[in-house]
Design a protein around this ligand. Structure first.
Ligand code: PRX
Length: 678
């Protein structure tokens, strides 16, 4: 495989925050050797109601054998995250700056909101929450589409010290019920309905089912606040003061929303009756800011808990450096706010930097496959952050939809969520970045709170498919099976033995599980669950989940590695590889391959792919099966559900729960497509 190195955009821009690898190394060294000093200089840019103590800046224990695992930053200091994101910026003269442009599902629907207006709306909604009895420490569940109100709800929680628990609005009612019952939320904030493409989703009906089901888990949700989203005609609401319209602009086209009096309240009714100011609650730096569920290998979701001070520092700092943010930029992250990427890089990071961002409600394919590119052109987006799965999906349509748009404003492109295969990386670099933008392949997790391994635009020479080097304060370590640290070139478990400010602190209500999932395999280390390789230049290559590792005839390899070779073939759009038990080799490779739009899957293509893998990785990696997959079983967030593929590979129809799949029918298709003799 070719491992070309691409220069960052500093070649053409002198303005980058970090201009050279030398500067990066110096700062990285300082962040590890003088950790308190490094982060306290950053902390000094924020407001602290009670100051932090630089001599007692952080403490931690990662070693379960020496006592409970604990991570603390700036304990004793007090602040308010919402205050730092909104009041501080407004006080600094940025009140009239646009905080968010909103682009609706329908290209005719768009709007914007300024920092000043956002602060006012947040104060109002903080007062609404207070009127419903929400106090510091209470949990507020949020299940909403990508509209301004989701940001307002989040920041209102932060303002009054409530802990938000967002559930991505693509989750089923069962998942929502389970999560609401686990966090015992006092309020659920939602919307009536939303369009995704041309599909109407009745969110409130789903919430009603979930609230009923939550009772079976022993929790009754006392209050549900509902945004009346569907009937709003945003077109007529683009008022000059940067709001998304007043309540009088709301036209009732949707009167049949299921309703329970005494529990359900319309957002706009509640907002009418409250004051537009609300004093923030000063929070201890280690008070919870939010929780966010992430899937656990044992089935029950894990409520990852992030706290106030450290998360603020880390979201702000990673945003500034990883996207090389400068005032005047227009930043767009396509992630849904319901995922950690949306928390850190749609809401907290950008607002902490006083940035202007785009929020997009729709999908990349509606009304046509050029929607992303048209939005970049429309708002003159400078930083664009998306997922490899989206890039690969869009690659299928070739360059025509891209060429119709002017993408000259772009400076930095980001990638997140999974290893990006070099083919997709190159397509992104050449066609979207026009060979002049940096690509930040950001490796991180819900648990890490922010980027931990990533190139920095303007300084890191890029290798397609490598997340490259650690961010400030982060020191990645590779361990072998016996827990021994691997020096230099090698591949192993990716772990950390020291925290950074934005790292999770616990799993909500279950510190035991927190310790056993992340800290018990190798005492003294936080275990990411991912494998990684360090090459001869010190670059890190995340090879995928350790549970997706394969051992074929004693050779350890990652599914991602094989997938990347398969997708390098010009006729292949996507590929997923799983292991299948093999009587001689132990395990063998079973590959699912989706050809490009208009390409027919033939035995010739199949044998070309076998040959390609054999040639690229080695004879031991030769796939046993290449199966045609008209599509891959993906969750609504775009993650491939590999356990389903493993079942198809062994022809076992006991696939388990597939309700979180975007398209359940694909599973049957895959069983039908199994090559007969395998
Ligand atoms: O396996 C890694 C993969 O996504 C996992 C984290 O998933 P989640 O908590 O849902 O957060 C996703 C958004 C940060 C990781 O353990 N992953 C994420 N980014 C990358 C990645 N794998 C390789 N390269 C990446 N850039």
């Amino acid at each position: 495989m070719s491992r070309n190195v691409y220069l960052p955009y500093s070649v053409t821009s002198e303005k980058a925050h970090i201009k050279s690898m030398e500067q990066y190394r110096e700062m990285h060294k300082k962040s590890l050797e003088s950790t308190a000093q490094f982060w306290s200089e950053i902390a000094s840019q924020f407001h602290w109601e009670t100051p932090y103590d630089v001599n007692n800046f952080y403490s931690y224990n990662f070693d379960v054998t020496k006592g409970p695992v604990q991570i603390k930053w700036m304990e004793g200091a007090t602040t308010n995250v919402c205050y730092n994101l909104l009041d501080k910026n407004v006080r600094n003269g940025m009140g009239d700056k646009v905080a968010f442009y909103w682009e609706g599902n329908d290209p005719e629907d768009y709007s914007k909101i300024t920092y000043k207006k956002l602060l006012e709306e947040v104060c109002r909604f903080s007062n609404v929450l207070k009127s419903k009895g929400v106090v510091k420490g209470d949990r507020v569940a949020i299940y909403m589409p990508m509209v301004f109100e989701i940001v307002i709800a989040i920041l209102s929680c932060a303002r009054i010290g409530a802990v938000h628990s967002i559930v991505f609005a693509g989750f089923s009612s069962d998942s929502l019920a389970e999560r609401m019952a686990d966090c015992k939320c006092k309020v659920l904030v939602t919307a009536d309905s939303v369009y995704r493409g041309d599909k109407l989703l009745n969110i409130k009906s789903l919430c009603d089912i979930a609230m009923d089901k939550a009772k079976n888990f022993g929790h009754e949700v006392p209050t549900c606040i509902v945004v009346r989203h569907l009937p709003r005609l945003y077109r007529s609401m683009n008022t000059s003061n940067g709001t998304n319209g007043s309540n009088s602009d709301i036209i009732d086209l949707h009167s049949d929303v299921p309703w329970t009096d005494g529990r359900d309240y319309w957002w706009h009714d509640e907002m009418d009756d409250v004051e537009p100011s609300c004093y923030p609650v000063w929070m201890s730096a280690e008070d919870p800011l939010f929780m966010l569920y992430t899937s656990g290998s044992t089935g029950k979701p894990k409520g990852v808990l992030h706290t106030t001070g450290g998360y603020l520092l880390y979201a702000a700092t990673t945003f500034k450096y990883v996207f090389d943010y400068h005032p005047g930029d227009v930043y767009w992250c396509t992630a849904d706010i319901g995922w950690i990427t949306g928390h850190s890089y749609v809401v907290y990071g950008p607002l902490a930097n006083g940035a202007t961002s785009v929020i997009f409600e729709g999908t990349p394919f509606y009304p046509d496959n050029g929607r992303y590119w048209s939005i970049i052109e429309k708002y003159k987006v400078t930083q664009f952050y998306t997922a490899p799965t989206a890039i690969r999906a869009l690659m299928k349509f070739g360059e025509e939809p891209v060429k119709k748009h002017n993408l000259d404003s772009l400076k930095v492109l980001g990638s997140v969520g999974e290893p990006i295969n070099p083919e997709a990386w190159l397509w992104y670099y050449q066609n979207i970045g026009q060979e002049r933008c940096s690509i930040a392949d950001t490796f991180w997790q819900t648990e890490t709170g922010g980027h931990v391994i990533t190139p920095l635009p303007g300084c890191t020479p890029m290798k397609p498919g490598s997340a490259s080097f650690p961010f400030f304060g982060v020191k990645p370590i590779l361990l072998d099976e016996s827990g021994k640290e691997i020096e230099g070139v090698g591949e192993g478990y990716l772990v950390f033995n020291k925290p950074w400010p934005g790292m999770m602190r616990t799993l909500f209500g279950n510190h035991e599980r927190f310790q056993s999932v992340y800290f018990s395999k190798f005492p003294g280390y936080y275990c990411t669950g991912d494998g990684a390789r360090r090459d001869e230049d010190g670059y890190f290559w995340v090879t995928g989940r350790v549970d997706d590792m394969l051992n074929v005839s004693g050779h350890l390899m990652s599914t991602a590695e094989v997938e990347s070779v398969l997708t390098e073939h010009p006729d292949v759009s996507e590929a997923a590889v799983v292991s299948r038990p093999h009587p001689v080799k132990g395990e063998c490779l079973y590959c699912f391959v989706t050809p490009n739009h208009g390409v027919t899957f033939t035995p010739k293509l199949s044998s070309e792919l076998v040959k390609k893998v054999r040639e690229s990785i080695g004879p031991f990696a030769m796939p046993d099966v290449i199966q045609h997959a008209p599509g891959l079983p993906k969750t609504r967030s775009g993650k491939i559900m590999r356990r389903v593929l493993r079942k198809v590979a062994i022809n076992d129809r006991e696939v388990g729960d597939i309700s979180t799949l975007a398209d359940e029918h694909i599973v049957e298709e895959l069983f039908k497509n199994r090559p007969e003799k395998s």
